[in-house]
Design a binder for this molecule. Structure first.
Ligand code: SAH
Length: 467
């Protein structure tokens, strides 16, 4: 380890930046954000630096650098494009024992600036000790994407309550309590921006921890259920919140449509339960409902992971009703539904000026209860889910309701998954094409003028283009 990472408290300390250009401006901004009193030494300033001086956020010393400028400084940054000046700053700082950074010159520096993820008061600093700045930046970007946007609010929330918790709980219970705050409903609500709900959950959990530690081993905090949309299959199409909750869950109940690549993103030691339905097994939903209730009652955080969006043909609504009826807290995380995944895969807009004014998501069970006359209209887009086996019947019903034989149609199989395929034909021919190509579930049928969208001829995934 060539550098020791530390966090410097600069509040109200004098800091000096030598240089008046863009890089100097950036460093001065960081130092000012950390509370330092920054003086910029440069004969002339860039307008943006001048503006900061005008606002009173920086001081300007309009002069060429002289060693005396460093007297009393707690920290120095040299950011000029003149090597001789940078060297002079470095020497003067070292003589005075002041930490110095010369931008992009590690050998003249006694400290370096890391790439940071700022979720103040929580801060992550990343450095490659100058060896690979691009890599450090990439790591920073990954962390940036992984860490919830409101993590800082969570840190502040916890900081503000430390004394209260210290008074309420003994050391051992305290640790367990904070663990449950970080990975339970309190954090989860706060990260969703629901501060009032987080406060309630906090009060509830603190009380429950007090009672538990008083009784030494009573009922733990109540569990909860996250109803999470897994999207069409590509793990990169998961939402950040889905990832975060998958990292927290104790148990994961998942469907047939959820691929292994997505389960791999979940917490390693989470229990996984496959609850995919066999066709014709009408009792399975009932068993899932009971399982959700039972696991949550054991105090578990249960992720109910469904393909696409949990509230689109996913029976998510029924599960929410059951949970509510049993007083179990739940949360829904939306996912990219198959229609959207398929449209993106095929490069096909679902609505388009002059072609389609609306989009309808409809079950492909093809029974007479649907309003086929409306679905057969030529100015709209209809996306049939679960319809592969029923293709001939869907086509027949549409045709009987007045749809033209030439109405464009597309069958999109395995959208976003390996083996993705787009089959295009006129409505009158799509069932035949699908049979010839041995199309199989999961697939959606898109019917309407957009299915022949010109831009769709060259999809971004080459092997996806057929027909
Ligand atoms: N809740 C899911 C739908 C579940 S019903 C969602 O919002 O997407 C199952 C149907 O979804 C399948 O029969 C198929 O029509 C469609 N489907 C799911 N994943 C798909 C995919 N990757 N490509 C094409 N269709 C898909």
């Amino acid at each position: 380890m060539d550098y020791l990472p530390v966090f410097l408290r600069l509040g109200a300390e004098p800091a000096v930046v030598v240089g008046g250009g863009r890089v100097a401006a950036r460093k001065a901004e960081w130092l000012a954000r950390a509370g330092a009193h920054v003086t910029v030494i440069a004969p002339e300033l860039l307008p943006e630096l001048q503006a900061q001086v005008g606002l009173g956020r920086l001081r300007h010393c309009a002069a060429s650098f002289a060693p005396e400028h460093l007297d009393g400084a707690a920290l120095v940054v040299a950011a000029t494009d003149e090597p001789a000046v940078n060297l002079a700053v470095s020497d003067a700082a070292r003589v005075r024992g002041i930490p110095v950074n010369v931008v992009d010159q590690a050998e003249l520096s006694t400290f370096i600036f890391p790439a940071i993820v700022d979720r103040s008061p929580l801060i992550v600093a990343v450095s490659s000790a100058g060896a690979a700045p691009v890599l450090a930046r990439r790591v920073r970007e990954s962390l940036e994407a992984l860490l919830p946007a409101r993590l800082g609010e969570l840190a502040r929330f916890m900081g503000e309550r430390r004394r209260q918790v210290r008074r309420a709980l003994g050391a051992l219970a305290r640790r367990a309590f904070w663990e449950s705050v970080v990975s339970g409903p309190v954090a989860e609500r706060l990260l969703s921006g629901e501060e009032a709900a987080a406060e309630q959950a906090f009060a509830r959990e603190l009380l429950s921890s007090q009672l538990t530690s008083a009784r030494a081993g009573g009922a733990g905090p109540p569990g909860e259920v996250y109803l999470i949309g897994a999207g069409p299959g590509d793990p990169d199409l998961l939402t950040l919140r889905a990832l975060q909750l998958l990292q927290q869950a104790d148990v994961i109940l998942y469907d047939r449509l959820v691929p292994e690549a997505i389960l791999e993103r979940a917490r390693r030691d989470a229990e996984r339960i496959f609850v995919g339905k066999e066709v014709g097994d009408s009792g399975q939903q009932q068993r899932i409902n009971e399982l959700l209730v039972r696991l949550a009652r054991q105090g578990k955080r249960v992720a109910r992971l469904k393909g696409g969006d949990p509230l689109v043909f996913g029976r998510g609504g029924e599960e929410l009703e059951v949970l509510t009826a049993h007083g179990i807290p739940w949360r829904v995380v939306p996912g990219i539904t198959a229609a959207l995944g398929a449209a993106a895969a095929a490069g096909m807009p679902l609505t388009h000026r002059g072609l389609s004014q609306s989009v309808t998501l409809v079950t492909g069970h093809a029974d007479a209860t649907l309003d086929w006359r409306t679905l057969a209209g030529a100015d709209r887009t209809v996306v049939f889910y679960m319809g592969v086996r029923q293709l001939p019947r869907i086509v027949a019903r549409l045709r009987a309701a007045g749809a033209a034989s030439t109405l464009p149609a597309a069958l999109i199989e395995r959208a976003s998954l390996p083996g993705q395929r787009v089959l295009r034909a006129r409505l009158a021919d799509i069932a035949l094409l699908a049979r010839r190509e041995r199309a199989a579930a999961p697939a959606v049928l898109i019917v309407g003028p957009v299915a022949a969208f010109a831009g769709a001829a060259a999809p971004a995934v080459p092997e996806a283009a057929r027909a």
